[in-house]
Design a protein around this ligand. Structure first.
Ligand code: DOR
Ligand code: ZN
Length: 355
């Protein structure tokens, strides 16, 4: 890492949690990720979900063929766990390096989770297999039982589901994805090193007030939903602490305007285009620029057992205004482009890409 007050060069980073979608949306958004990150862990919540080797293989091909020439980007594919998935799919997919990890969505917890897991005890054979072959389990950590307040879903998931799971499978490698609470931070900090967490840019920047600022602001609606300020502050401390158990996962999740601007809008924030500038702003504000490379480019790779990237990227302290919309209009009705996170705001760092 090369660091001065106004300029920082770090190893090329990876995004350990991203939604690249499929079809036209994939083509629109993929370069926002692939131009910056060397690798990304790609979420499998397509409709239908990715849960066979063939589907993962062909989805990876579609991603690679949508990149254009000269883009050096590796999508790391994940399997979508369902109640009836065969353990052989995970074992074969992991050994053949088609799957990097498997993703657990509790049933009906978020976008395209209607095939998610209805009861963790139903998939013990999957957890046993994953523990034996050391395949990482990626967790959407929310309890969606009707008695649970939406703002408590993560905390309750940890108590009701994650604690028992880790007791039963103490050697399972687990990433608690996109953590949003002080309780999650504390839980990761106090657990053995086989548990880690990703943190998104939006959960570091906004609290739940943002969703209601002057009206109902669907562009700040994501899942797990943003929480109160004390939680945001705990996340900022964790991300910038240098603790290797916390690392970058944007959870960039684009939806069309039609799907955001409706009476029942989709959850997801499209943050890929300015993700690094967004993260570094936090590290700068927290006086922790020296910890930025570990969070963005080392901790995740180390946890996954991947080599560090050899390329580098440079960011300079230079203002830039984020456009209100990006990536143009399509023929879809009401498609006025995609709204990036930080739309209309000034960010204080800018990216200079190295080779
Ligand atoms: O906000 C979110 N959007 N959270 C998720 O868990 C899923 C994602 C999506 O796929 O849209
Ligand atoms: Zn996600």
């Amino acid at each position: 890492m090369d660091l001065s007050r106004d300029r920082i060069t770090i190893r090329q980073p990876d995004d350990f949690h991203v939604h690249l979608r499929d079809g036209d949306m994939l083509k629109r958004v993929v370069r926002s990720t692939a131009d910056i990150f060397r690798r990304a862990v790609v979420m499998p919540n397509l409709s239908p979900p990715i849960n066979s080797l063939q589907e993962a293989f062909s989805y990876r091909e579609r991603i690679l063929s949508s990149l254009g020439v000269g883009v050096n980007f590796t999508p790391l594919m994940t399997a979508y766990l369902t109640d009836d998935l065969s353990p052989n799919v995970l074992e074969d997919g992991y050994r053949e390096e088609i799957f990097t990890a498997a993703k657990l969505y509790p049933l009906n917890s978020t976008t395209n989770s209607s095939r998610g897991v209805s009861d963790l005890r139903l998939i013990d054979s999957l957890f046993e297999t994953m523990q034996r072959i050391d395949m990482p389990l990626l967790v959407h950590g929310e309890s969606v039982e009707p008695d649970v307040d939406v703002f408590d879903r993560e905390k309750v998931f940890i108590e009701r589901n994650l604690v028992p799971l880790l007791k039963r499978y103490p050697n399972l490698r687990v990433v608690l994805e996109h953590i949003t609470t002080r309780e999650a931070v504390q839980f990761v900090e106090s657990s053995p090193s086989r548990l880690a967490a990703t943190i998104t840019p939006h959960h570091l920047h906004i609290n739940r007030n943002a969703m209601f600022l002057g009206g109902l602001r669907s562009d700040f609606y994501c899942l797990p939903v943003v929480k109160r300020e004390t939680h945001r502050l705990a996340l900022r401390k964790a991300a910038t602490s240098g603790n290797p158990r916390f690392f970058l996962g944007t959870d960039s999740a684009p939806h069309s305007r039609k799907d955001k601007e409706t009476s029942c809008g989709c959850a997801g924030i499209f943050n890929a285009p300015y993700a690094l500038e967004s993260y570094i702003e936090v590290f700068d504000q927290e006086n922790a620029l020296d910890k930025f490379e570990a969070f963005a480019s080392k901790n995740g790779a180390a946890f996954y057992g991947l080599p560090f990237n050899s390329g580098s990227i440079t960011l300079v302290r230079e203002d830039q205004v984020v456009p209100n919309t990006l990536l143009g209009e399509t023929t879809e009705p009401m498609d006025k482009g995609l709204v990036p996170f930080h739309a209309g705001e000034t960010l204080h760092w800018s990216l200079v890409k190295n080779d």
